[in-house]
Design a binder for this molecule. Structure first.
Ligand code: BGC
Length: 565
């Protein structure tokens, strides 16, 4: 179910990519028909990032008020109407206005879609699932390139085809519910439980966790909260990564690929176009590779690889161009393939993934608005300045500049980026709010908790195990053994179930897992659960008992027996 949802929401990315790619092929025909001035052309091309800038601004508050689903429905409707009208435009100003509207819709969708996906995804698959969105962007770009190729100068058809993903998104979102988190934020408990059950095949066990993470949110977040110093490290990560993503020059390549190939010595228009399609294909394929890696090797490692690969590849082109190398065409092709490949597997998806992870739930919507907005602003900056820079300094110098930015990305990752792989959004939030330097966040070792229903299996950190044990009055005798407990839990389904329940209840009732030691009697409703847990431990984990012999576990068991009588 979750994959299905991610696919539908991913259509928003398809809209984004299609709009980025389609103008490249349409421009030629538009120039012929409308006798465009340079200003008209510039304005019409950049109307999408400009509109998107406003869309991103509105997307946060909108997705808070009418919901993530409502915002995506609105964006899809606007996109569909905009694409059809753009195809019917008879004047340049009409086309520019339509593209502004399209951009607005793309801006809203580009912000809300990753938010939606991150809110429904389990922590250990979140990176991969949010990357579905980036995959969709690359598919959008590739389909636009193919449409350009197939329809040659029929620009009306090219624009109108954009309505297809628009309608698909509209229909798809119509079938889905909003996210459990959003329903809870609205106090709509029953719908939240219902949405969770739909997502997790019948289980709504996560409800208390989400409720707890929202517990402190009594008033709506305000813009001024975004300036709070506690949130700043998250902004540095979000905006910083988008700065690096865009200033790595990606859209100079995406928008101007044919021109770049021409500069590199490919004279034939059709060769340039084929090479451009090649760029689109590598972009899609390597995004798949990135998706496979992101939750395995983690965010930081993948970023290091990406920035290293892009800076080396760009340097190759820059050196070739600057030295007037005879084999510039080959260098350019190799360099561009290396560049797109490293970008697509890493710097493409990661800013989107991390943007959806680093902000506390309370300000997530607003903060993601601002962060996506920065993406559009940097995007605009690069696309607008590229032709000017190339004509002034030459291709070599410009690519050299982008290479430097990518090298700076290595330092940035080391200095500012946390490792959020497999860490729940709630723990990331706690870490940020605790004031510890965000980049020092690392996943704690996890125990895979298996239940008889695979969909409600989860990972529990050693930290959590410790806290669970800390709740017990026997903490002092049990604490040194928790590593063993971890192994037992790994093997034993019943303990797993009890643990999971306990975890949920702890968070629900204490709002935190760092509960201080409590006496068994003071546990209230948790008492039974803790007892079940320890009982399971006693009866089901002979391995554990054998390993500690007559030690603490037996002691615990005896005490429990006494208390129970
Ligand atoms: C970027 C876009 C870019 C695309 C290329 C996205 O992550 O935000 O600006 O065109 O990747 O695949």
């Amino acid at each position: 179910m979750i994959y299905f949802v991610a696919l539908i929401v991913g259509l928003a990315g398809l809209l984004f990519g299609f709009d980025e790619g389609v103008i490249a092929g349409a421009l030629q025909a538009l120039r012929a028909q409308f006798d465009l001035s340079a200003f008209d052309e510039g304005l019409m091309t950049s109307a999408v990032p400009l509109g998107a800038l406003f869309g991103a601004l509105v997307g946060g508050p909108l997705s808070g008020r009418i919901g993530r689903r409502g915002a995506l429905l609105a964006a899809a409707s606007l996109f569909t109407v905009g694409a059809l009208l753009a195809g019917l435009a008879t004047e340049v100003w009409m086309l520019t206005a339509c593209r502004l509207g399209l951009g607005f819709a793309v801006g809203v969708a580009a912000m809300v879609a990753p938010l939606y996906i991150s809110e429904i995804a389990p922590a250990n698959r979140r990176g991969m699932l949010v990357s579905v969105y980036q995959l969709a962007i690359t598919l959008g770009i590739l389909s636009a390139y193919l449409v350009n190729y197939a329809f040659d100068d029929r620009w009306r058809t090219m624009f109108m085809l954009g309505a297809v993903p628009g309608i698909a998104l509209l229909l798809g979102m119509w079938m889905l519910t909003d996210t459990p988190r959003w329903y809870l934020m609205q106090g709509r408990e029953a719908e939240a439980a219902d949405a969770l059950r739909r997502l997790h095949q019948g289980s709504d066990a996560e409800l208390p966790l989400i409720r707890a993470s929202l517990a402190e949110q009594t008033t709506p977040a305000s813009w001024s909260e975004l300036l709070s110093p506690v949130i700043r490290p998250a902004f540095i990560v979000g905006i910083g990564l988008f700065f690096l993503q865009q200033l790595s020059g990606i859209n100079a390549v995406i928008y101007y690929a044919p021109t770049v190939f021409q500069e590199a010595g490919f004279d034939l228009g059709s060769t340039q176009l084929m090479a451009t399609i090649g760029v689109g294909v590598v972009n899609v394929l390597m995004t798949l590779v990135g998706m496979a890696l992101i939750d395995r090797i983690g965010r930081r490692k993948l970023l290091y690889l990406g920035f290293l690969g892009t800076s080396l590849s760009l340097s190759l082109i820059a050196i070739g161009a600057a030295t007037g190398s005879k084999s510039l065409d080959i260098l350019a092709v190799l360099g561009l393939i290396g560049y797109i490949a490293s970008f697509a597997a890493s710097i493409g998806p990661l800013p989107w993934v991390m943007m959806a992870e680093v902000f506390p739930a309370r300000v997530r919507g607003l903060a993601m608005s601002v962060t996506t907005l920065s993406n559009w602003a940097f995007n605009f900056l690069v696309v607008f300045s590229f032709p000017l820079l190339v004509s002034t300094f030459g291709l070599g110098a410009v690519f050299g500049l982008y290479a430097l930015v990518c090298a700076a990305g290595l330092v940035f990752t080391w200095r500012y980026v946390p490792e959020t792989n497999g860490v729940t959004l709630e723990v990331i939030e706690q870490y940020l709010l605790s004031g510890k330097p965000l980049h020092t966040l690392r996943p704690t070792p996890h125990i895979q908790i298996h239940t008889d229903k695979p969909e409600i299996s989860l990972q529990v950190s050693i930290e959590l195990m410790t806290s669970v044990l800390r709740l017990s009055p026997y903490a002092s005798s049990l604490m040194p053994e928790y590593a063993h407990l971890g192994q037992v839990a790994h093997q034993n389904q019943q303990i797993n179930t009890a643990l999971r329940e306990l975890h949920a209840r702890l968070l629900m009732e204490n709002g935190t897992w760092n509960a201080s030691p409590l006496s068994l009697h003071a546990l209230g409703p948790q008492r039974e659960v803790l007892m079940t847990f320890i009982e399971h431990l006693r009866f089901a984990s002979s391995g554990f008992l054998a390993s500690v012999g007559e030690g603490p576990a037996d002691h615990v068991a005896r005490r429990i027996d006494r208390e129970r009588q």
